[in-house]
Ligand binder design. Structure first.
Ligand code: ATP
Ligand code: MG
Length: 559
């Protein structure tokens, strides 16, 4: 039974309050929720909010959550999406057990309920064209006009509906509508569509059906069949709730679910509409559904975002009834927080500048030891190969250092992490005047990175040795460069041309060759990275999951 008190202690929101109250009062014996994706695209981070809410509530209150595909529109749905959705929900850390369901599992029952409405004079077949129906539906201010076919007899309606089912009529030529109230203030109650003719094979039912139920006619009834108690959806369905209840009132359903609405997730610099995400993929504006810049779970996973970070993010943003816009920096914060605890540290030089240490002996060099995690000794240590030739980051050197630039510059001494202090003595340039190499000296007394005489340096640089492996490293930024993309009408105008930078010839610590795809590692001073599936043997490709800078925490601190 539900541990209502325990849940009360953890994150609470208005929906959890309702569930707790329903269980405590005995109105509900247990809680059953569902996550109902339409398999017409990949899941995105907005869906993660809904998944965490539905599965979270079921878990916390000792109930269950179903995964139910809302597969009522075969024209737009595909097996690829079904498979991806299942994989993504599991990846996020949730399990529906035996409760994998489909609206299409209930097509026979839903059809029978349509005939039930006809037989009770509560549904009719309408032959108007789509345009005529739209015109007759009225507006927010004005009521609609009754269809000339509204008065058809029960017998005629039954006959026509059965012939619709048999495939006698062309797609779009007729629909079945509920007979409710064309004058209703709520447009959803103005004789809404129940069934339309659609000539498309269904991924699960094949050619069996020529007619398909509308979302509204399938959803609540599917909830009732499954014994869902709390049917949680986003705010745009608030106006559909009276219709949801009208169906339950007028059909012999086996249970009485209740619909609750919460605010959908909106994120800055991000579009969370499946229609637009589909366009991005189809128009090759991204490399696919799992492009690391996509807000899809597949894209976030490929970029290296751990599922725990998404769950934590969803907890942090909470669940409210008012729409709002969440700062993307909050997502980055959750990702960093999660990865900081788990990721091993390595050194990688993304834009290498060669350094020759002129007073270091020729030969194989020496082995130094580095810790894999500063706060977690259990992650052990590794060896680094130091020698006369190493690489540092190009941007860690300035020939004419700006004010407050404390890193390498002519005559300046810095620390190389885990190694020695070095001082820059000479700059080598090519014919174009570009710096190609630095000549430095090292102080052999500073092995390990500390001077016995206690002198300090103002910077510690990462570096890699002559044994570095070469890799491509891909840096990602927001896909859109506007906080509210598309606000000006055309979202493609807001695409960020610098959202993906691929750096070749990066110099990585050799131990990075052993990392597995998807395993995230911190490149010191750079951020978190993971091996991409585009890697080939001897040619690794790393994605930047997120940089190290903590914009959100800084902004919070400022207030
Ligand atoms: P879109 O409107 O982008 O095409 P959808 O919301 O219709 O997508 P569904 O597959 O029907 O996509 O969504 C499954 C569930 O996820 C629904 O209950 C829906 O309310 C919820 N959901 C979708 N987008 C968000 C979001 N941005 N925030 C929270 N929940 C969402
Ligand atoms: Mg939907």
């Amino acid at each position: 039974m539900a541990d209502v008190e325990a849940v009360r202690e953890t994150g609470r929101d208005f929906i959890r309050d309702i569930v707790a109250a329903d269980l405590e009062s005995g109105k509900r014996a247990s809680v059953v929720t569902r996550f109902p994706p339409e398999p017409n695209g990949y899941l995105h981070i907005g869906h993660a909010k809904s998944i965490c809410l539905n599965f979270g509530i079921a878990g916390e209150f000792g109930g269950r959550c179903h995964l139910r595909f809302d597969d009522t529109n075969p024209a737009k749905e595909a097996q690829e999406y079904i498979d991806a959705i299942e994989a993504d929900v599991r990846w996020l850390g949730f399990d529906w057990g035996v409760h994998l369901h489909h609206a299409s599992d209930y097509f026979d029952q839903i059809y029978a309920w349509a005939e039930h409405l006809i037989q009770h004079g509560k549904a009719y077949v309408d032959d108007q064209s789509a345009d005529e129906m739209r015109a007759a539906r009225g507006t927010l201010k004005e009521g609609g006009v009754n269809s000339p076919f509204r008065g058809r007899s029960i017998e005629e309606n039954l006959d026509l509906f059965r012939r619709m089912r048999a495939g006698e009529f062309a797609a779009g030529s007729r629909i079945l509508r509920a007979k409710i109230d064309m004058a209703s203030g709520n447009i959803n109650l103005r004789d809404p569509a129940l069934y339309r003719i659609l000539d498309a094979p269904h991924p699960r039912t094949g050619d069996k059906w020529k007619i398909y139920p509308s979302y509204d006619f399938a959803h609540g009834q599917s909830d009732a069949i499954e014994g869902v108690t709390h049917s949680i959806c986003t705010l745009e369905f608030e106006d559909h709730r009276p219709l949801y209840e009208w169906f339950l009132d007028n059909l012999p359903v086996p249970a009485r679910p209740h619909q609750y609405e919460f605010a959908r997730l909106n994120l800055t610099y991000t579009l969370l509409s499946k229609r637009i995400l589909t366009e991005l993929v189809r128009n090759n504006l991204v490399s696919g559904w799992d492009d690391p810049r996509m807000p899809t779970l597949a894209g976030l996973r490929r970029r290296g975002v751990p599922p725990g970070a998404l769950r934590e993010f969803c907890k942090r943003i909470g669940v409210a009834k008012a729409n709002s816009l969440v700062d993307y920096a909050m997502l980055d914060f959750s990702i960093r927080e999660c990865l900081n605890a788990t990721s091993e540290r390595r050194m990688a030089v993304l834009r290498p500048l060669k350094v020759v240490i002129t007073n270091y002996p020729e030969g194989p060099g020496e082995t130094l030891e580095a810790v894999n995690h500063p706060d977690d000794a259990s992650k052990g240590t590794r060896s680094l190969r130091f020698g006369r030739e190493i690489y540092v980051e190009r941007e860690d050197f300035m020939e004419h250092p700006a004010k407050k630039f404390y890193r390498l510059a002519p005559g300046k001494e810095v620390r190389l992490r885990y190694a020695y202090f070095i001082t820059c003595r000479e700059i080598i340039k090519d014919a174009n005047g570009e710096v190609t190499e630095l000549r430095c000296t090292y102080d052999p007394e500073t092995r390990g990175g500390n001077a016995p005489d206690g002198r300090k340096v103002q910077a510690t640089l990462h570096w890699t040795g002559a044994d570095a492996i070469e890799a491509e490293v891909r840096l990602y930024d927001h896909l859109f460069n506007q906080p509210a993309p598309g606000a000006g009408g055309d979202y493609t105008k807001d695409l960020n041309p610098d959202s993906r930078i691929a750096l070749k010839g990066c110099k990585l610590e050799p131990s990075l060759a052993a990392f597995a795809q998807g395993e995230v590692v911190q490149f010191e001073r750079q951020g978190y990275f993971c091996l991409d599936r585009d890697s080939a043997p001897g040619a690794p490709v790393f994605n930047r999951t997120v940089g190290l800078r903590d914009m959100w925490a800084k902004a919070q601190a400022k207030g």
